[in-house]
Design a protein around this ligand. Structure first.
Ligand code: ATP
Length: 238
């Protein structure tokens, strides 16, 4: 069986600077796959390219057997890929509910949108309690919940999360990571970008370590968690 998402020899550059240097990875249906690595490794660039926000220099991106490289970002959402971006990018003046509804912009089945709004509220009850409030009044963790809820409003097959744990307290981070697991159990495939290697690898079926634009290690979450190289470089152990 071929993978849900297959990225092959992907090269992405900003002008002359290659931020992603020929990486290949795959995400199988039902999995949580993580890309880990330090600042500037090329993780965000990779997600933005899969989303159609950046055009690759070369390489291929295949989703459910279809090449999608060069496809417009809104069409990629329609195909079933949602992106919860780094820094959340919520609209602070809009209400929580309005922010969530923006996630459903590409859908044609308006009858189901209410249902999915309720599903997002069930996932994160705080969103229901404060649905009419401006999203800008939310804490960082709550904004992360909103960004994830908004991404789920497009009913994605593949959810891409860019550093959901960034700036969160350990407790809030646990909450977010356990929701990633819940979404997987509910049938969503997940591509998770994280600087917090430990939290991501604990959850992941498979992981890839990126360093300055290249994949330097790959394995199951467990393998990478116990690998000496990962422990030294990313988990702060000697
Ligand atoms: P972070 O966790 O800091 O976001 P990352 O692994 O996601 O790191 P990217 O944001 O993909 O890394 O950045 C990869 C490289 O591309 C970095 O060297 C970065 O400075 C560079 N880069 C990112 N965006 C741009 C841009 N718009 N113009 C020029 N260079 C960029």
């Amino acid at each position: 069986m071929s993978a849900m998402l297959e990225v092959k020899d992907l090269v992405v550059a900003y002008g002359k600077i290659e931020a992603v240097k020929s990486i290949s990875f795959s995400v199988e249906e039902g999995q949580v796959v993580t890309l880990i690595g330090t600042n500037g490794a090329g993780k965000t660039t990779t997600l933005r390219t899969v989303s159609g926000l950046l055009k690759p220099v070369s390489g291929s991106i295949t989703f459910q057997g279809k090449p999608i490289s060069g496809t417009a970002a809104h069409s990629i959402v329609e195909l079933g890929i949602a992106h919860s971006p780094e820094g959340r990018r919520i609209f602070p003046r809009l209400s929580v509910e309005e922010n969530l509804l923006l996630g459903a912009f590409a859908r044609k089945d308006s009858a189901n949108i209410r249902h999915d709004l309720e599903a997002a509220f069930d996932l994160f009850p705080i969103l229901r309690e404060r649905s009419k409030q401006p999203a800008g009044t939310f804490s960082g963790g709550e904004q992360q919940m909103l960004a994830m809820g908004r991404a789920m409003m497009s009913r994605p097959r593949l959810l891409m999360l860019d550093e959901p744990s960034m700036g969160l307290s350990p407790l809030m981070m646990k909450r977010i990571m356990s929701t990633v697991k819940t979404l997987q159990e509910q049938g969503t495939t997940i591509l998770l970008v994280e600087q917090n290697a430990q939290a991501a690898l604990r959850l992941a079926d498979k992981g890839y370590v990126l360093e300055v634009g290249s994949i330097v290690l790959e394995g199951t979450g467990k393998e990478l968690l116990t690998s000496d190289e990962v422990r030294k470089a990313y988990l702060g152990e000697d």
